[in-house]
Design a binder for this molecule. Structure first.
Ligand code: MG
Length: 261
């Protein structure tokens, strides 16, 4: 099931996305929330009539760095022996179609396309064999990065945590198994031109490794998001660019870059 979060007439709801043709998608409104048992209401609205929101409102986004060897090398970094995580705050999250605001303190804004894992239940110290049980599904993410600031500052709070630096969406795909998620094509285009192309099978540390690693340290809550690293091909974004992340079996997340007003 593809679970979207959306607003219509000032109300916010979750819905199951039905249909195949992009122009003919319909939302069956969910009664309740997708983190517990829920029912479909049978009340349907065309997707074109609503505004899609970030598919979840995470308490925290935990992002892992340098998890694809070729990407680590392209920035002149060693491949880390163990996973290493940083945070993107909840205020960084935006939804499909929302604007990425180019901050004033950087001159080198860059794109990083990533598979996002959405946590479905409260958990801590998750054993490897239980990882699939705590995952609600998967969505597309963009780890927007102020590369010059990242190079200059030891902690990445500003470089990767500024407002609008974490587009998520367009929805959470819950039908992909953990095995499926480990071999998907991930692609990023800027103004229709391909910049990044990789497969999630190229991750150095697997989805299980990442969930085990972070849940060893902290409680994960329903709706929390784990970013799994980016394949090679990262590069600059400019005001006016349209950037799109497409992940096989999930969908496409599109955002436009604007000047921060
Ligand atoms: Mg990243």
């Amino acid at each position: 099931m593809r679970i979207a979060r959306f607003s219509i007439d000032g109300n916010v709801a979750f819905g199951a996305v039905e249909g195949d043709k992009p122009d003919e998608l319909v939302l069956d409104i969910i009664k309740g929330i997708p983190f517990a048992d829920f029912e479909l209401s049978g009340t349907k609205v065309p997707l074109s009539k609503v505004r899609l929101l970030p598919p979840v409102l995470p308490n925290k986004v935990v992002a892992f760095g340098r998890n694809y060897a070729e990407h680590a090398r392209e920035l002149g970094n060693e491949v880390p022996a163990a996973p290493f995580a940083f945070f993107k705050p909840s205020t960084a999250v935006i939804g499909p179609g929302d604007a990425i605001q180019y901050p004033s303190f950087t001159e080198d804004l860059q794109h990083e396309a990533e598979l996002a894992v959405v946590i479905g239940r409260m958990c801590r110290e998750v054993p490897r064999e239980r990882v699939a049980d705590v995952v609600l599904g998967y969505t597309c993410a963009l780890d927007v990065t102020a590369r010059d600031v990242q190079r200059r500052e030891k902690q990445w709070a500003r470089a990767k945590g500024f407002d609008t630096s974490c587009p998520l969406g367009p929805w959470v795909e819950t039908d992909l198994s953990l095995q499926d998620a480990k071999d998907l094509t991930i692609q990023l285009t800027v103004n229709g031109e391909q910049r990044q192309l990789g497969r999630t099978s190229e991750m150095i540390h697997s989805i299980e490794d990442l969930v085990v690693n972070i849940s060893e340290a902290m409680t994960l809550l329903p709706g929390d998001v784990i970013l799994t690293g980016t394949p090679a091909g990262v590069g600059p974004l400019h005001v006016g660019d349209e950037v799109a992340v497409t992940i096989e079996g999930i969908g496409t997340l599109t955002n436009k870059v604007v000047k921060r007003g």
